[in-house]
Design a binder for this molecule. Structure first.
Ligand SMILES: [Zn+2]
Length: 249
């Protein structure tokens, strides 16, 4: 990353105009005083235990039906419970282990594409709806993308977070919708912004059918024709994929 003329990726900034920052401060304080249990298995000690970390280690999963997408772990396991705790219960200490899991999935995407050494990798998070961000008190995917980028840089990959996706309009909740309905629900909801040269990887916490990731990829392609890959922390795989069909190659 030596080109000084390139736009710099955005950095997370607290927005004091949103009441959510108070929620964030409160949660951070609670994290310091409330005894910790592992979000993956409930074992007392820390927010993410070594056993759960070991269970989620190893090659990432190939997300069926979502071209070029990898997930670090299944959503039905400890990583999925940790994603829910981080996103919906505000367990901020999970940012590091979940960001590191996301970094592992991105690393496998980079390997899949045989990226040239030194080429930048731009992690583009799926943005939370404004109402969700306010309720959670933080841009949780922005936090995970930044952590994943930091982890990748420590491994020698020139990765940075780039907040290049925004909402045009809100979609409905995807719960209960089938694949076609999910795609129709999200199509046209995101818009992209220019990203400096390099590999684009759309990142999210969890994917089910890949519809939201596909919308992010579409929105980025509409800017300059570039095709993005995708990576998530977890994959809510349909039951038919939960046995031997899950590929870790
Ligand atoms: Zn655990």
């Amino acid at each position: 990353m030596s080109g000084s003329a390139r736009p710099r990726p955005s950095s997370p900034r607290p927005d004091a105009s949103e009441p959510g920052w108070l929620v964030e401060v409160g949660r951070a304080a609670l994290d310091l005083v409330v005894p910790q249990r592992c979000a993956g298995c409930g074992h007392p000690g820390r927010a993410w235990c070594t056993s759960c970390a070991a269970l989620c280690a190893g090659p990432s999963l190939v997300v069926a039906g979502a071209a070029g997408c990898r997930a670090a772990a299944l959503h039905s396991g400890p990583a999925g419970r940790a994603v829910v705790a981080f996103k919906d219960q505000g367990t901020r200490r999970l940012a590091a282990p979940l960001g590191d899991l996301l970094a592992g999935a991105v690393l496998d995407v980079v390997a899949d594409l045989e990226l040239a050494s030194g080429e930048p990798v731009w992690l583009v998070p799926i943005p939370a709806r404004r109402s969700a961000r306010r309720a959670r008190g933080a841009d949780h995917m922005g936090v995970l993308a930044a952590r994943a980028a930091r982890r990748l840089r420590s491994l020698g990959v020139a990765a940075h977070r780039c907040a290049a996706l925004g909402h045009v309009r809100d979609s409905l909740d995807q719960v209960g919708l089938d694949r076609a309905q999910r795609q129709a629900n999200v199509t046209g909801t995101l818009r992209g912004a220019p990203v400096p040269p390099g590999l684009l990887v759309v990142v999210d916490d969890v994917t089910t059918t890949g519809a939201t990731l596909a919308e992010g990829i579409r929105a980025l392609r509409a800017v300059d024709g570039r095709t993005a890959a995708a990576a998530t922390v977890t994959w809510a795989a349909p039951r038919r994929h939960l046995a031997s069909e899950v590929r870790r190659d």
